[in-house]
Design a protein around this ligand. Structure first.
Ligand code: SAM
Length: 372
């Protein structure tokens, strides 16, 4: 699977309009993913600001169609470099940025680059060579784990231009979780109402010989077939990043990240519609057992509490639990050690057991049920 094929695939993916998105079976899951990215970016920018950075410079590597542009604006970024191998996607991102520029409120300056970050030296394309304060790579780094040289080049492009004290954040399929799911499925497959994951080399899987690079799997969401992806085992990701003086701040499965951000991010989660109100007349999950946990949560609610909860269908939750979120920081120059950021003080390497309970919030703190 070459980067050109990945580009061809992503170039063909249509930019969904708001109405299409509302119709999607994974409407809430997508919104939840977006909320997770918003929380991650906002926390990372807080750390950057602690370094007394006045005009944060950001690299959004494998930026796709620019789905995070608005987040960069909100975060206070002053210059953002957006890079991706898919030229049509980069054009669409640039178009989005120009639309945002129509209503300038001191919007950040930006550069858009088409580059295969597993082969090219990204720095050669960059106009202003000042180091970055923050690098973000969302749902993308694992594509580079097709082979060692591609992964190494991608990682160099990601963090090689990061300042000491600068932060690298991202989201990835959780390799442990995926291997667990396909091993427990039939013939290397895991499937539910919204996602299907197939590990390509079943023998490898059965013999417990999943390779470090080139561990190919297929992940389709909401019946949209994706191009082949590769497992990026987190200890290996960490090891490769450490070669660039990167220190782990945290890694956690999405299930844990949601729990941790639920309180500070509750209002944003409501406005981004990251949870579905249960019960309602048009639930996204139709299959039996999709809302069992929400039902039992409602039964446990006291007398005078409205009988509504914010939840996700079981299948969407299982799909969300296939991902993890991480943060690294580049070592500061000698003598410049500072106290850890308050947001991420409890940095921990955590691979949670995602069989844990789902998130439920009572409807009194959620959106009214008739919004769906
Ligand atoms: C799932 S999309 C994520 C897009 C965006 N980061 C987001 O969160 O919406 C994965 C992106 O990785 C990009 N990508 C994959 N391989 C790449 C490579 N070798 N160099 C640069 N971008 C790459 C794809 O073109 C695609 O846009």
């Amino acid at each position: 699977m070459s980067a050109a094929e990945v580009a061809e695939h992503y170039n063909k993916v249509r930019q969904a309009g708001i109405e299409d998105r509302k119709e999607s079976r994974i409407f809430f899951m997508r919104n939840m993913n977006n909320w997770i990215k918003s929380q991650l970016i906002s926390d990372a920018m807080k750390i950057v600001n602690e370094n007394d950075v006045r005009d944060p410079r950001v690299l959004d590597i494998a930026c796709g169609k620019g789905g995070d542009l608005r987040k960069w604006d909100i975060s206070g970024a002053k210059h953002v470099v957006m890079a991706d191998v898919a030229d049509v996607s980069v054009k669409q991102a640039e178009e989005r940025y120009k639309q945002m520029h129509k209503y300038p409120d001191n919007i950040f300056s930006a550069q858009f680059i088409v580059a295969d970050c597993t082969k090219e030296n990204l720095e050669d394309h960059i106009e202003h060579k000042d180091l970055f304060d923050l690098v973000s790579c969302q749902f993308a780094m694992h594509y580079s784990f097709v082979d060692e040289s591609s992964a190494r080049t991608f990682i160099k492009n990601a963090v090689g231009m990061l300042k000491p004290g600068g932060v690298f954040i991202g989201t990835l399929p959780d390799a442990d979780r995926i291997v667990w799911a396909v091993r427990n499925g039939e013939a290397g497959k895991f499937a539910n109402d919204v996602c299907k994951i197939t590990y390509e080399n079943v023998e490898e899987l059965e013999e417990g010989k999943v390779p470090l690079f080139g561990a190919k799997f297929h992940f389709s969401l909401d019946e949209q077939v994706n191009c082949p992806e590769f497992l990026a085992h987190f200890p290996l990701v960490k090891h490769l990043l450490e070669e660039y003086e990167m220190e782990l701040l945290f890694v956690k499965n999405f299930a844990q990240a949601i729990q941790d951000w639920l309180e500070p991010g509750r209002r944003l989660l409501e406005s981004m519609k990251g949870l579905e109100t249960f019960p309602n007349n048009n639930l996204s999950g139709k299959g039996a057992g999709e809302y069992e946990e929400a039902e039992s949560k409602i039964e446990s609610l006291g007398e005078n509490v409205p009988k509504f909860v914010g939840t996700l269908s079981k299948s969407e939750w299982e799909a969300i639990c296939m991902y993890l979120v991480f943060g690294f920081q580049k070592k500061k120059a000698e003598g410049k050690e500072e106290s850890e950021s308050p947001q991420l003080k409890r940095a921990h390497v955590e691979q949670v057991d995602t069989k844990e309970e789902k998130v439920h919030t009572t409807a009194s703190e959620e959106q009214p049920p008739n919004q769906h």
